[in-house]
Design a binder for this molecule. Structure first.
Ligand code: DP6
Length: 332
């Protein structure tokens, strides 16, 4: 088989995946909805070879033992599928080189785009020809959010109690609604607690169950706002969801304080912009870096105000991204 390279975009969760009902299979406690981002992506090249005695991986030019183990475990899942189809490369080890074009482990979902690109490149390199549903199920087991990152546009990952039922689908293509995302990097350094670690304490928050009860209705409301392209309704819903999600983080045991001074500065700047009549809304994951969604005609103003904040390092401006792409240029 041949060396294969895929580029997968990351996403921003409009409704967050938080907590797992099955940690091993990465079955989430709830469904989630996201929007893919054009300017935040991972590119990964995979090559299987009988000359290698173990898997080797480099992520942004380096890899920790923990990252190598997680990568190799994911390759094992892909080799297991290949072995069922009697593919010869199922017995080979792999070389993986992966690059993110944005800071990793800082709340910008690098594991989502990373495991999506790895799943796509490794499954093709080993000789598999999988459906998007099969790819999504496989990617999910590497990192939950990767299950959405194999799709394009606006994506839904439905709640399910089985591995077979827990996959994502595009609910609206990238062309459906031109929303712009401005990420404000408030600190390029890594976050204090990983999402994987945070998921394990989600249920300890007294706000967790009320959130679970209200989510099905909120997911429907977000999908309706997307379908009708009602930006202000959507914005209010997703900003409230982000604050509710962070309330769960703050009240978990141990508490998970992801926001930093720069994050709060951006939140206030967004409120000020809205007071001036500019439609823009924030959302954030488990890191300090923060996303601000707006409409195309306001993107320049939003971006210029946010990049001028004293605690902003830089901004990354994205449109809605389409499906992941296979590339003909490889990383090695
Ligand atoms: C807050 O997918 O990073 O970004 O499954 O343990 O790899 P693992 O977690 P991960 O969790 C993402 C959590 C989130 C919300 C979201 O993206 O839906």
């Amino acid at each position: 088989m041949s060396k294969t390279t895929f580029k997968a975009h990351t996403d921003i969760a409009l409704i967050k995946y938080w907590g797992k009902k099955d940690e091993k299979l990465r079955l989430p406690e709830n469904g989630s909805v996201s929007m893919k981002l054009s300017e935040l992506f991972t590119t990964t090249t995979v090559d299987f070879s009988f000359e290698l005695t173990k898997d080797v991986a480099s992520i942004n030019g380096f890899s920790t033992e923990k990252e190598l183990q997680r990568t190799s475990k994911h390759l094992d899942r892909i080799r297991a599928v290949a072995a069922k189809q009697n593919l010869p490369m199922a017995k080979a080890k792999a070389k993986v080189v992966s690059e993110n074009n944005f800071p990793k482990s800082s709340g910008l979902s690098s594991s989502g785009s990373g495991f999506a690109a790895l799943t796509l490149a490794a499954s093709k390199a080993v000789g598999l020809d999988l459906s998007q549903k099969e790819l999504s199920i496989l990617a999910r087991q590497g990192s939950g959010s990767a299950c959405r990152a194999v799709c394009g546009g606006f994506v839904e990952w439905k709640d399910s109690d089985t591995s077979e039922g827990s996959f994502s689908e595009t609910i609206f293509p990238a062309t459906h609604f031109d929303i712009r995302d401005v990420v404000v990097v408030t600190d390029p350094g890594p976050k204090r607690t990983s999402s994987t670690q945070g998921h394990t304490t989600a249920q300890t928050s007294l706000l967790f169950q009320p959130r679970q009860n209200s989510l099905p209705q909120k997911i429907e409301a977000v999908k309706t706002a997307l379908s009708k392209k009602e930006f202000q309704t959507l914005g209010s819903l997703i900003e409230q969801e982000a604050l509710e999600f962070h309330s769960v983080l703050l009240t978990s045991d141990p508490s998970f304080i992801a926001i930093k001074p720069g994050t709060v500065q951006v939140m206030h700047a967004v409120l000020d912009l809205r007071d001036q009549g500019v439609p823009c809304y924030f959302t954030l994951n488990t890191g300090h870096n923060i996303h601000v969604l707006t409409l195309p005609e306001h993107e320049d103003q939003v971006s210029s105000v946010l990049s001028g904040l004293s605690l902003a390092t830089n901004v990354i401006r994205s449109k809605v991204a389409a499906d992941p792409e296979e590339l003909s240029t490889h990383l090695f």
